[in-house]
Design a protein around this ligand. Structure first.
Ligand SMILES: [Fe+2]
Ligand SMILES: [Fe+2]
Length: 273
C-alpha cells in the first residue's frame, strides 16, 4: 500500500497547480477514510525533492521585480489574487513537505491528521482563488510571481522545530495579520466571489497556525525545552528580518500564539519604544 510519505512526495513532484491539488485532495481523502476505518495508512519513508515541481507559468521573479499591486483597479485586484494563489500553491507543498520530510521523527497520528487537513484546505484555497481569477478573465500563471517562497522550507529542511517556528508560526500567522485588509478591498469593490474565498481562507488559516503552535509546544515539552526561548532562537536563526506589526492579536491568541512569542521579534520602530 502506498504510504503517506510516498503520497506526499507524489503531490510535491506534480507540477501543474490544478493537478497537484486534485491529487492532494484525493490523498487527504484516502488518509481520513483509512483513519475513520481504524486502519491508518502507514507513514512510511520517501525522499521529498529539495524544491517542489512547479508549472512553467507563472514566471518566478525576485521579490523586488514583481510589479506592485494597486488594489484600486480591477487589474490590481487580479494581481492581488494572483499573489494569493501563488501563496496557496506553496502552502499546499509546505504542508505535504512537512509530512514527508520529517517522516523519520516518531509523532502521534494526530500530527499527520492536522497537516493533511491543512494541506487539503490549501488545495481548496488554491482552487477557489483560481476560480476567482478565471471568473475575472485571468488565470494562475498569467502574471509573474514571487521566487522566494520556498526559501523558508529549504532553510529548515533539516530542522523540524525550525520548520514549525518559521512556516506556520511566523509566515501563516502573518497571513492572519494581513488578510482582513484584503477582505476589505474586495468587500468595498463588491467582488463577492473573492470576498467569500478570502473569508474561508481567513477562518481556516487560524487552524494552521494553531497546529504549528500545538506541535511546536508538544515537541518542546517532549524534550523539556522552554518553547518561547526556543522559538525566539529559531526565528532569529532561520527567518530573515523582523516581524512586522500591527499583529492580529485576537486571531493569534485563538491560534495559541501568545504576545511574548512574537513581540520581542518585532521591528522596534513600530513598537513605539
Ligand atoms: Fe491557505
Ligand atoms: Fe495555511
Amino acid at each position: 500500500m502506498q504510504s503517506l510519505a510516498e503520497r506526499a512526495v507524489e503531490v510535491l513532484t506534480t507540477a501543474d497547480g490544478r493537478a497537484k491539488t486534485a491529487l492532494g485532495r484525493a490523498h487527504a481523502a484516502a488518509w481520513f477514510a483509512a483513519r475513520a476505518a481504524g486502519d491508518p495508512l502507514p507513514i512510511g519513508r520517501a525522499a521529498p525533492p529539495l524544491r517542489p515541481a512547479r508549472p512553467e507559468r507563472p514566471e518566478l521573479l525576485p521579490p523586488r521585480e514583481v510589479p506592485r499591486r494597486r488594489p484600486g483597479s480591477p487589474q490590481g485586484r487580479i494581481a492581488l489574487l494572483h499573489a494569493v494563489a501563488h501563496i496557496e500553491l506553496n502552502a499546499v507543498d509546505l504542508h505535504f513537505d512537512i509530512v514527508a520530510r520529517f517522516a523519520d521523527v516518531p509523532m502521534p497520528l494526530g500530527f499527520y491528521d492536522d497537516w493533511i487537513k491543512a494541506a487539503d484546505e490549501e488545495c481548496k484555497h488554491f482552487n477557489m482563488i483560481c476560480d476567482c481569477l478565471e471568473a475575472m478573465g485571468s488565470h494562475y500563471g498569467a502574471l509573474p510571481a514571487h521566487a522566494g517562497m520556498w526559501r523558508a522550507a529549504e532553510d529548515t529542511a533539516e530542522d523540524m522545530l525550525g520548520r514549525l517556528a518559521v512556516v506556520p508560526m511566523v509566515l501563516e500567522a502573518r497571513g492572519l495579520d494581513v488578510t482582513p485588509g484584503m477582505i476589505d478591498i474586495f468587500r468595498k469593490a463588491g467582488e463577492t466571489q473573492a470576498l467569500d474565498a478570502l473569508s474561508v481562507i481567513y477562518a481556516e488559516e487560524v487552524g494552521h497556525v494553531a497546529y504549528g503552535s500545538k506541535w511546536f509546544n508538544w515537541l518542546c515539552g517532549r524534550d523539556g525545552l522552554d518553547p518561547k526561548e526556543v522559538f525566539h532562537g529559531l526565528v532569529r536563526k532561520y527567518f530573515h528580518g523582523a516581524l512586522k506589526p500591527p499583529f492580529n492579536e485576537e486571531k493569534r491568541a485563538e491560534a495559541g500564539l501568545p504576545p511574548d512569542f512574537y513581540w520581542p521579534l518585532a521591528e522596534e520602530w513600530e513598537t513605539g519604544d
